[in-house]
Ligand binder design. Structure first.
Ligand SMILES: C[S@@+](CC[C@H](N)C(=O)[O-])C[C@H]1O[C@@H](n2cnc3c(N)ncnc32)[C@H](O)[C@@H]1O
Length: 240
């Protein structure tokens, strides 16, 4: 049993593929540094070594985000909420509970709910058991509920959350109507005056558009360059 919470490595298969491609490019340079096409001698080394370096650097930056950057980013997201401790909070795509545990720590009488469908490709060790273990280790198990639910079709009634949080989840819905539907669901479950804080590395313009069409007041923060990939946070407040 681990005694420290473990929030996993994001997109582990992507990282593995980047590392393997980078190593492949290095091996190609070592064993096939150049070859002849007709009268022209083609040198692989300069181009492939740059490519290998870039692929491996990308993988390393992604690991660094998972190991260190995500905690700073979690705090950045949580600091956008003016906590009273009484909030009802929803974390969409909670995974191993990074935002759920962080939000639950801010609560006194409030409750936090985490939903997910626990896609294995999106996060290493992504399952409910690891989430519960993290909540236990963070000492917030009794303030949190967990549900297996899709962001596009939530079972919660209208107007029931003061705060909706989501980090690196919505881009995993691979079509525009699906992401728009998730934004509609977020707007629906927010209480009047409630705040959604959504962070992602792409499609944030789409989320802004969907929320403003629904009449929410949008704020877009500058891209965070201390995360990899660089993440953008948007906030959407439902009219009181
Ligand atoms: C990269 S992980 C991020 C986990 C967590 N938010 C964090 O920042 O550590 C993305 C999470 O979104 C979840 N997810 C993907 N599509 C989802 C959907 N349609 N509904 C709910 N969760 C989803 C995945 O299972 C995964 O746990």
């Amino acid at each position: 049993m681990r005694s420290q919470p473990d929030y996993g490595i994001d997109a582990p298969h992507v990282i593995r593929n980047l590392l393997l491609s980078g190593l492949g490019a290095i091996i190609l340079c070592l064993f096939l540094p150049s070859f002849r096409v007709g009268k022209v001698q083609v040198f692989l080394f300069p181009n492939f070594i740059w490519m290998a370096g870039w692929l491996i650097l990308t993988a390393v930056l992604m690991i660094l985000y998972s190991k260190f950057g995500k905690f700073r980013h979690r705090d950045r997201i949580l600091n956008l909420v003016q906590w009273t401790g009484k909030e009802q909070v929803l974390d969409i795509g909670t995974g191993r509970g990074l935002l759920l545990a962080g939000a639950a720590k801010k609560l006194t009488t409030g409750r936090a709910v985490g939903i997910d469908i626990w896609n294995q490709e999106d996060l290493s060790g992504n399952n409910m058991q690891n989430l519960v273990r993290n909540l236990d280790l963070e000492g917030v198990r009794e303030k949190a509920d967990i549900k297996n639910e899709d962001a596009q079709k939530m079972s919660f009634p209208d107007d029931c959350f003061d705060v909706v949080l989501s980090n690196l989840c919505l881009h995993n819905i691979y079509n525009v109507p699906g992401r728009a539907q998730a934004c509609r669901e977020i707007a629906r479950v927010l209480k009047p005056g409630g705040l959604a804080v959504i962070s992602d590395f792409r499609h944030t313009r789409e989320y802004r558009h969907a929320f403003s069409k629904l009449g929410l007041e949008i704020r877009s923060l500058p891209i965070s360059l201390d995360t990899f990939p660089p993440l953008r946070i948007i906030t959407a407040r439902k009219q009181p």
